[in-house]
Design a protein around this ligand. Structure first.
Ligand code: NAP
Length: 253
């Protein structure tokens, strides 16, 4: 896993970084952007895209550690099937592209647990294909989900964290947030944007005791490359071969 150092010292690999333990058992995720450790006691976590993939792994780890979890997703039935009901679990409907969903989910979280300590902006999708073959609508959908989505959820959560004078916002970016790749114009653009958003946000929220972290995973097997999460370019350019036929996932994304 690659870590994006945001203290102005450039990019370094994980072995050289001080890590925070974010309270999930066996999950030494990432470095805090300010090197601090905001995690000292039982926390309330808010995870987007918690019904499957890495979001579900986060959710299970939070519950296994005995912390409280707001598990959010577009489909609450799917969330309920994925996670056993328990007293420290709240499942809420949240499409990250819908500000009204985000407001309602945050209100429900505060009603139930009184606070939100950690937000993990995990939900994303993948629009794969040559730039010329990706339609403007597909590019829009990529950016709306993977870049604007985390902004929408963060906007809803921040007032809660500011009132608390504490909190931690974690963005699941990608190695594609550090370097682009063929077939990845849409996805990498969204992740580079996410990095810029988080780097800038850091300075704005630090005075309120709110920490920020960017995670840059390499390629790993989830459901990201299933048809539920990956959409291939549908446009055709006269000069480029069909994207869906030519591409297979061989490198870090
Ligand atoms: N897997 C990798 O190799 C890899 C590498 C680097 C970074 N990442 C990043 O890791 C994160 C998790 O991805 P994953 O690999 O776990 O993918 P995944 O298995 O495909 O899961 C994606 C999750 O995002 C949710 N989602 C998609 N659009 C949403 C929306 N509009 N509103 C709310 N939820 C939405 C999905 O919910 P539904 O069930 O409702 O579809 C699903 O829970 C993403 O940010 C991804 O970019 C993954």
């Amino acid at each position: 896993m690659i870590f994006h150092d945001q203290t102005g010292e450039g990019k370094r690999d994980s072995t050289t970084l001080p890590h925070i333990h974010v309270g999930i058992s066996k999950t030494e995720l990432v470095r805090s952007q300010d090197g601090g450790n905001a995690m000292t006691e039982r926390k309330v976590w808010f995870v987007t895209g918690a019904a499957r993939g890495m979001g579900l792994d986060f959710a299970k780890a939070v519950l296994a550690a005995g912390d409280s979890l707001v598990a959010s997703g577009r489909n609450t039935d799917r969330l309920s099937m994925a996670l056993e009901p328990c007293s420290n679990l709240l499942t809420v409907k949240l499409d990250v592209t819908h500000p009204a969903d985000a407001e309602a989910a945050v209100n429900a979280a505060v009603d139930r647990f009184g606070r939100i300590d950690v937000l993990i902006n995990n939900a994303a999708n993948f629009y794969a294909g040559y730039f010329e073959e990706l339609t403007p609508e597909q590019m829009d959908l990529q950016l709306t989900t993977s870049l604007v989505g985390p902004m929408i959820v963060t906007r809803a959560v921040l007032p809660v964290m500011r009132r608390q004078r504490s909190g931690h916002i974690i963005a699941i970016s990608s190695s594609a947030g550090l370097s682009g790749f063929e077939f990845g114009t849409a996805y990498a653009a969204s992740k580079f944007g996410l990095e810029g958003f988080m780097e800038s946000l850091r300075a704005e929220v630090a005075p309120f005791g709110i920490h920020t972290t960017i995670v840059n995973p390499g390629f790993f097997r989830t459901e990201l490359l299933t048809e539920e999460s990956t959409n291939y370019a549908t446009g055709r350019s006269a000069n480029t071969p069909s994207a869906a036929i030519c591409w297979s996932p061989t490198g870090s994304r």
